[in-house]
Design a protein around this ligand. Structure first.
Ligand code: SAM
Length: 421
């Protein structure tokens, strides 16, 4: 990262890139420009010029705005602030909401072609990014049920500045739910603390957990979230979908997208990276309480909660394991009869941002289930896995995408794959 170099240049921004930045060219070199929009001409400050194939720049002035530009939804992240002090976490906040979804669609479709090798004429390239119910009316605000704030050496509490680990003071948290924003100690000094997590308590309130080196202060008791008719117990700092409507959106999406013709309730069905059992429950909601399903999750406490949350489903089990090791062992120890069962299974996988990765995908290809339901939070990682799956004999049967993170660049995809006929 260049520090002494802060040249300002005028750039024509041409298209959107993965990661919440747009692309321009300077003397033939790619420049990733923050806080800009395709079609704009901006004045930007070069912030990193030490990479041979691209530079990075921050917009300081918009010379010719896009018709899709709007005043930033968060004054603490707007152009009026110096780039070094702009709050991170709302990198699309200067773009009208429907156009944010269009840009996310472009990034997803581009990744599908580039990394997933999905042919130009594949119907999945017509995917739309769907809004969560209520988000348009709320202008995409007030959805975050969890925020992680950081504390600097002076005790100032705030988010990191965009693309840095520098804490910036902010007055508001417009993406957070009202309860989470209200509970956030933005105007307090927390000397000695390192991080503050503010988490919806699953009802109308919020909990504040302050972490200092080696110490965590907070109530610590589990939280209960309700999705449809079901309740899910989870640890205070354990994984749960961030948008208040995300768990219901994904659970309904998985339930509806599972292919009935490929489903066998007695097969060794799996919910990989299963957390506290949200998507296993979605499968059982669709196909009945006798559905055989095993959740696989590396966090022991999440697995304990999955066991509790799925206790009414007599054929549901929860295992603490890393997915790669679980699949390797399962394949190594399987009898010929068990291997036959794998080919009748439905497998859900919802990996972290890095995707499932080569080894897990290779094991899935060997497992060869009747259908794979892939829930993906990173279009590039997903597309890489998709490319390996299609090269290994699977075909993409359906694809949906959801805007679970308004005003950020993130997009969630939900894909169903089956062995190619
Ligand atoms: C994106 S979350 C999905 C959780 C769940 N499907 C849900 O929607 O609530 C990913 C989960 O995978 C778990 N995880 C991360 N790496 C893992 C691994 N290598 N093996 C098993 N679980 C893992 C995390 O603890 C987290 O609970």
């Amino acid at each position: 990262m260049t520090t002494e170099h802060s040249a300002e240049v005028d750039l024509d921004v041409t298209n959107v890139a993965h990661g919440g930045v747009s692309v321009a060219r300077l003397d033939g070199r790619v420049v990733f420009v923050a806080d800009s929009l395709p079609g704009e001409r901006v004045r930007a400050r070069i912030s990193a010029d030490d990479h041979s194939s691209f530079w990075r720049a921050e917009t300081v002035e918009v010379l010719e705005p896009s018709p899709h530009r709007r005043p930033h939804i968060w004054a603490d992240a707007a152009l009026e602030r110096d780039p070094a002090r702009r709050a991170g976490g709302a990198e699309f906040g200067h773009i009208e909401l429907p156009w944010q979804r269009e840009l996310k669609r472009q990034v997803l479709v581009d990744s599908l072609g580039r990394f997933g090798k999905l042919p130009e004429d594949h119907p999945a390239r017509g995917v739309e990014v769907e809004a969560v119910e209520g988000d348009d009316a709320a202008n995409g605000l007030g959805w975050r049920t969890r925020v992680s704030l950081h504390v600097d050496d002076d005790g100032i509490v705030g988010p990191y500045a965009a693309r840095s680990h520098r804490v910036v003071a902010v007055d508001t948290l417009p993406l957070a739910t009202a309860a989470v924003e209200y509970a956030s100690p933005l105007d307090e000094r927390l000397s000695g603390a390192e991080r503050v997590d503010v988490i919806s308590d699953g009802r109308r309130g919020a909990r504040v957990v302050v972490r200092a080196e080696g110490r965590t202060a907070g109530a610590g008791t589990p939280i209960t979230e309700r999705v449809g008719e079901r309740e899910f117990r989870l640890e205070e700092l354990g994984f749960w979908q961030v948008h208040h409507g995300a768990a219901a959106t994904l659970s309904t999406g998985v339930r509806d997208q599972l292919l009935e013709g490929e489903f066998d309730a007695d097969a060794p069905n799996l919910d990989l990276y299963g957390g506290v059992g949200l998507l296993a429950a979605a499968m059982a909601t669709r196909f009945g309480p006798a559905t055989r399903i095993e959740t696989v999750e590396s966090d022991r406490r999440a697995t304990g909660n999955a066991e509790f949350n799925l206790r009414d489903l007599k054929a549901a089990t929860a295992v603490t394991a890393r997915v790669d090791r679980y699949l390797t062992n399962r394949l190594k120890n399987a009898t010929a009869e068990e291997r036959g069962g794998f080919s009748r299974a439905s497998v859900i996988l919802d990996p972290p941002r890095a995707g499932a990765g080569k080894q897990v995908v290779a094991s899935l290809l060997e497992f060869r289930p009747a259908q794979l339901v892939y829930v993906a939070c990173d279009p590039v990682a997903f597309s890489r896995d998709l490319g390996q799956l299609t090269a290994g004999g699977y075909e993409l049967r359906s694809l949906r995408a959801f805007d679970l993170f308004p005003h950020t660049h993130h997009v969630e995809a939900l894909a169903v794959l089956t062995p190619a006929s």
